[in-house]
Design a protein around this ligand. Structure first.
Ligand code: BES
Ligand code: MN
Ligand code: ZN
Length: 508
C-alpha cells in the first residue's frame, strides 16, 4: 500500500563521528562561528573543516542551506552535510521538518542511500527530544516521497533506504523512539493519501477507493462497509446519485469506522469528497489542466488516511469516516443544468452547474452523518476554485457553524505546521443560494464562491457542530518546498490526526 519501499527509520545511541553511513547530517544556527554539540564534535574530527567554511562565509547557517563536505576517511561517514537551521530565535518544530526534508533530498541527489542525522533542535534549540524526533521522522518521510508507480525507469536522483537518528545520551532513547514511531505513522498516512490522490483516475475509480478502504480496514483493525447504488436509492441519496448517473463507474459510499472507546457514545464524523474524476459533467470544464481533476477525491483520501493512522496510534475515541465516491462525467444519462434532485435530508436542489458536484455528494454524506448522530463533523473537500483564488495554495479555508470547534481545528493545524484560515459565514451570503424552483440551488454565483459553497453545505449538517475544510488550493503543489513535494500534498491529514488525538485526550 505504500509507495516504492518505505524509508527505514531507526534511533541509535552512539557518537555521530563513529557512525558509518553515506551521509551524516549535522546542523548550524545562523550566525554561529564556533559550532557546539554534535556538529562541533564532527568539526573537530574533520580538523576544523566546518569552522573554516563558516569563516570563509561558505556556510552561513541559513534555513534551507545545505553544504556538502567529503570526509576523505577522517570519520566513517563518507560525507557530512551541514544543514542551516536559521536564526536560533526563530527555530520551530515545523522548521525542523522542513530542513530535515531538504537535507534528505540533498543527500539523495548526491547518491547517498544510508543517512544519519543528529537530533535537530534537541540541543541548543531546547525542543523536547520526542517532539524533535517526530519532526525528523515526518520531515524525512514526507520530503523523500516520490510517486513513480507508473514510471518504469529507475530514478536519476537515486533513493534513500535508511535514516538513523543518532543521539549520545542514552537516557533519551525511549522518548526519541516514541516520537520517531509516531512521526512515522503520521507521515506514512500522509504519503498513503498522496499515493491515492496522485493515482490516475483510471487506477483510482470509486471501486478502487472502496477496495483500498477494505484493505486498510483489514490491516489496521477498522470496520468497513460500503453502500451500493441500490442502498443509496433506498436511503434517498438523490444528490449523490444524480452526480453518479452520468458515469459508467458504479458509485460507492464508503464507511470506515475506528472504535477506540467502547465506554463512550460519542462518535466523531469525518467526511471526505470522493470525486475520482471531475470533468464538470454537462457543464464541462476547459480541457487545459483537466487532468488535475483526478485529484478531486483528495478529501476522501485524507479522511481514509486519518483512520489508517488512528488504527495504529489507537487513541481512546470513536471516529467514523464517510466517503461518497463517484466520477462526474457527461453522457446521455448525465445530470443536466436545470434538473432538480432531492437530498437525503429531504431538501430539494436546483442544479445550476453540474460542475458544482462536490456540494451535491457532500449534501447526502453530511445528511447521513447527522442521521448517524456523528458529532462533531469535519468535512474535507477540494470544493471550490474560489477558495484557491482567495487563499492561493498556501492556506486551507475553514468554515464553521461552531466557533469553539473551529478554534480547536485551527490549533491542530498550527501544531501540524499546516496553514488554515477561517473564512466568514455571514448570513448575508445565504441570499445567493436561493432558488426559484427548489429549496436551494447548487451555485451562488462568482463572488464569494467558497463561502456560498460552505453555506450550501451548512444546510445539511443540522445542529451538529461542524467544520468544513476547503483544500482546493492546498491539496496540490506545483513545486517542491520543504517537506512538500510536487503533486498531491496530503494537506490536512496531519491536522485532522492531531484534532482527533486532542479530542481523545482533552475532552471537548
Ligand atoms: N473540484 C472543483 C473545484 C476545484 C477547482 C478543485 C480547482 C481544485 C482545483 C469543483 O467541483 C468545481 O468544479 N467547483 C466549481 C464550482 C462552480 C461551478 C460554482 C468552481 O470552483 O469553479
Ligand atoms: Mn466540479
Ligand atoms: Zn469537483
Amino acid at each position: 500500500m505504500k509507495g516504492g519501499g518505505a524509508l527505514e527509520l531507526k534511533v541509535v545511541i552512539g557518537d555521530a563521528i563513529q557512525i558509518e553511513v553515506d551521509a551524516l547530517i549535522v546542523n548550524l544556527f545562523e550566525g554561529i562561528t564556533q559550532p557546539g554539540g554534535a556538529t562541533g564534535a564532527v568539526d573537530r574530527a574533520l580538523g576544523g573543516a566546518i569552522t573554516e567554511l563558516i569563516a570563509a562565509s561558505e556556510i552561513k547557517g541559513r534555513s534551507g542551506e545545505n553544504t556538502l563536505i567529503h570526509t576523505l576517511g577522517r570519520i566513517p561517514a563518507k560525507r557530512v552535510i551541514v544543514a542551516g537551521l536559521g536564526k536560533q530565535s526563530q527555530l520551530s518544530v515545523d522548521r525542523i521538518r522542513r530542513i530535515t526534508a531538504e537535507a534528505c533530498r540533498y543527500a539523495r541527489g548526491k547518491g547517498s542511500r544510508r543517512l544519519a542525522t543528529i537530533v535537530h533542535g534537541a540541543g541548543a534549540g531546547g525542543i523536547e527530544p520526542d517532539i524533535a524526533a517526530q519532526a525528523i521522522a515526518e520531515g524525512s518521510i514526507l520530503g523523500l516521497y516520490t510517486f513513480r508507480r507508473h514510471i518504469t525507469k529507475e530514478p536519476d536522483n537515486g533513493r534513500v533506504d535508511e535514516l538513523l537518528i543518532v543521539e549520545r545520551d542514552e537516557s533519551r532513547l525511549s522518548q526519541l523512539e516514541r516520537g520517531c514511531s509516531a512521526g512515522k505513522v503520521i507521515a506514512e498516512a500522509v504519503n498513503f493519501a498522496r499515493d491515492m490522490i496522485n493515482e490516475p483516475a483510471n487506477f483510482m475509480t470509486p471501486g478502487d477507493m472502496a477496495e483500498t478502504a477494505m484493505k486498510i480496514a483489514a490491516e489496521y483493525g477498522l470496520q468497513y462497509t460500503v453502500l451500493e447504488r441500490e442502498q443509496m436509492r433506498e436511503m434517498g441519496m438523490g444528490a449523490l446519485l444524480g452526480v453518479a448517473q452520468g458515469s459508467g463507474q458504479a458509485p460507492k459510499f464508503i464507511v470506515l469506522q475506528y472504535r477506540g472507546d467502547d465506554a463512550s457514545q460519542r462518535v466523531v464524523g469525518l467526511v471526505g469528497k470522493g470525486i475520482t474524476f471531475d470533468s464538470g459533467g454537462i457543464s464541462i470544464k476547459p480541457s487545459e489542466n483537466m487532468g488535475e481533476m483526478k485529484g478531486d477525491m483528495a478529501g476522501g483520501a485524507t479522511v481514509m488516511a486519518v483512520l489508517l493512522a488512528l488504527g495504529q496510534l489507537k487513541p481512546k475515541i470513536n471516529v467514523t469516516a464517510l466517503i461518497p465516491a463517484t466520477e462526474n462525467l457527461p453522457s446521455g444519462m448525465a445530470l443536466k443544468p436545470g434538473d432538480v434532485v432531492r437530498a437525503m435530508n429531504g431538501k430539494t436542489i436546483e442544479i445550476v452547474s453540474t460542475d458544482a458536484e462536490g456540494r451535491l455528494i457532500l449534501a447526502d454524506a453530511l445528511s447521513y452523518a447527522v442521521k448517524l448522530g456523528l458529532s462533531p463533523i469535519v468535512d474535507v473537500a477540494t470544493l471550490t476554485g474560489a477558495c484557491h483564488v482567495a487563499l492561493g495554495d498556501v492556506a486551507t479555508g475553514g468554515f464553521t457553524n461552531n466557533e469553539e470547534l473551529v478554534k480547536r481545528v485551527v490549533g491542530s493545524a498550527e501544531e501540524a505546521g499546516e496553514r488554515l484560515w477561517q473564512m466568514p459565514m455571514y448570513e448575508e451570503y445565504r441570499e445567493q443560494n436561493k432558488s426559484d424552483v427548489a429549496d436551494i440551488k447548487n451555485t451562488g454565483g462568482r463572488y464569494g464562491g467558497a463561502i456560498t459553497a460552505a453555506q450550501f453545505l451548512s444546510e445539511f449538517v443540522g445542529d451538529s457542530p461542524w467544520v468544513h475544510l476547503d483544500i482546493a488550493g492546498t491539496s496540490y503543489a506545483s513545486k517542491e518546498k520543504g517537506y512538500v513535494v510536487k503533486g498531491a500534498t496530503g494537506a490536512t491529514v496531519r491536522t485532522l490526526i492531531g484534532l482527533v488525538l486532542s479530542l481523545a485526550s482533552g475532552g471537548g
